[in-house]
Ligand binder design. Structure first.
Ligand code: KG4
Ligand code: ZN
Length: 395
């Protein structure tokens, strides 16, 4: 039996979990995120378990590749991979330094034992890496880097789901000043999570951490993708979401009656492709008829159409599932109009709303570490040899 377990460990690359880990109050997780165009490494102290999860961000470093991808109008997977590979070692040194961790202490188990000294606690207990969903070449950059760390430091690995990370982002404090989220903000289940990013638009029923059911999703473009494509039509830079949002602030939201696709369907699915085409045709008509228009009005009318659909479907889901909490996540959750209208609607129906801090809405590794904590609590690790990139990965 012992022999067989040993063979399995060899085959999968699984690292035995340190015996003392289960006894500890605080688990320190180092997470790596490379699913798209941000390279991120974070180190979090996690405690409180499922009942009262608390996180202290000791380091959260990010390098954005946006400038490089701008000229292509979107993310080029192989450039993303190359950049992740380049930046990961630099970010690792930076993250360890910020967290006050001496890298030597991660290697020293063997020498401690040789010298007969008492085994010291390692400053990191587990690793986490985003394995999907995302751009496969980009994901592999993070995975191979993590595989090396896992072998070198003899640390177990959580294979993290990027979208689960976007949900967990709400558990992180607003800023370094308030390091640990206050208890008053405890999440009450069931919750409905609206996840809106560049690649995904999903409504998720969250019965507890790790208990997710996707009840609706986009049948074509993701919300963020629609923002990016409409931005391109308006000759705005990539990523388009923040640009549209900025212009919309001073635009007329009712200047153009763009469609609200699928707003009245009985399911929770979304479609943004038709809306995008409607904007394209409207712009074509305005230009061909030489009618004066402002980008601000187009941006504001488009934004309002997207927010209307997201809001209505989310509110229906809350009602049908008797949800006690509304969670917002993903890059588009940085959108001020969406945040404001969701806050107002949540207040109207008397439901708690949890929004991620603006700086943690777009991709980062801190949210990956937070989501990984629940897997660590369940001893849900993946041997380093078994880690594999997944372009699509259900919650
Ligand atoms: O979650 P994220 O950083 O990456 C993915 O997982 O895709 O989301 C990026 C998306 C982009 O489409 C970007 O345009 C959008 O989030 N975004 C916004 C805003 N900030 C970022 N969309 C609307 N309004 C914003 N303020
Ligand atoms: Zn994301």
């Amino acid at each position: 039996m012992v022999e067989r377990l040993h063979d399995t460990q060899k085959a999968t690359g699984s690292i035995p979990v340190s015996r003392t880990m289960a006894l500890r109050k605080t688990t320190t997780i180092l997470a790596i995120e490379t699913s798209c165009d941000e390279t991120g490494i974070a180190i979090l102290d996690c405690s409180g378990g499922f009942a009262n999860p608390k996180f202290e961000i000791r380091a959260n470093v990010i390098t954005s590749q946006i400038e490089l991808h701008k000229e292509f109008g979107g993310v080029v997977p192989n450039i993303a991979k190359r950049e992740h590979i380049k930046h990961l070692p630099i970010l690792l040194v930076d993250a360890l330094k910020k967290a006050g961790i001496n890298p030597d202490a991660l290697w020293d188990r063997g020498s401690d034992l040789r010298q007969g000294s008492k085994r010291r606690r390692k400053p990191i207990d587990a690793l986490a890496v985003t394995v999907g969903p995302g751009l496969e070449p980009a994901l592999w950059a993070g995975i191979t880097f993590t595989q090396e760390l896992s072998q070198n430091w003899k640390l177990p690995v959580v294979a993290a789901n990027h979208m689960e990370g976007h949900i967990a982002a709400i558990l992180l404090a607003q800023s370094d000043k308030s390091k640990v989220r206050s208890d008053k903000k405890k999440i009450k289940f069931p919750a409905i999570a609206l996840l809106v990013s560049g690649g995904h638009t999903e409504l998720v029923l969250v019965k507890n951490w790790l208990d997710y059911t996707v009840i609706g999703e986009t049948v074509d473009d993701a919300a963020g993708e629609a923002f990016d494509k409409v931005a391109r039509m308006l000759d705005l830079q990539y990523p388009g979401g923040p640009e549209i949002s900025r212009l919309a602030e001073t635009g007329n939201r009712y200047a153009y009656a763009f469609p609200r696709p699928m707003i009245n369907t009985k399911n929770y699915n979304f479609s943004f492709s038709g809306l995008k085409t409607a904007v394209l045709y409207a712009l074509r008509d305005l230009k061909s008829k030489k009618i004066a228009f402002t980008k601000n009005d187009v941006a504001a009318s488009f934004e309002e159409a997207v927010v209307d659909v997201l809001l209505l479907k989310t509110m229906h889901a809350i009602k049908e599932h008797n949800a006690r909490t509304l969670i917002l996540g993903g890059g588009v959750a940085a959108n001020v109009r969406l945040r404001t209208r969701m806050q107002i609607a949540a207040k109207e129906v008397g439901i708690r709303i949890h929004l991620p801090a603006i700086q943690l809405t777009t991709d980062n590794a801190a949210m990956i570490a937070a989501s990984a904590y629940f897997h660590v609590e369940k001893n849900d690790f993946t041997g380093w040899k078994k880690l594999s990139a997944r372009a699509t990965m259900p919650l």
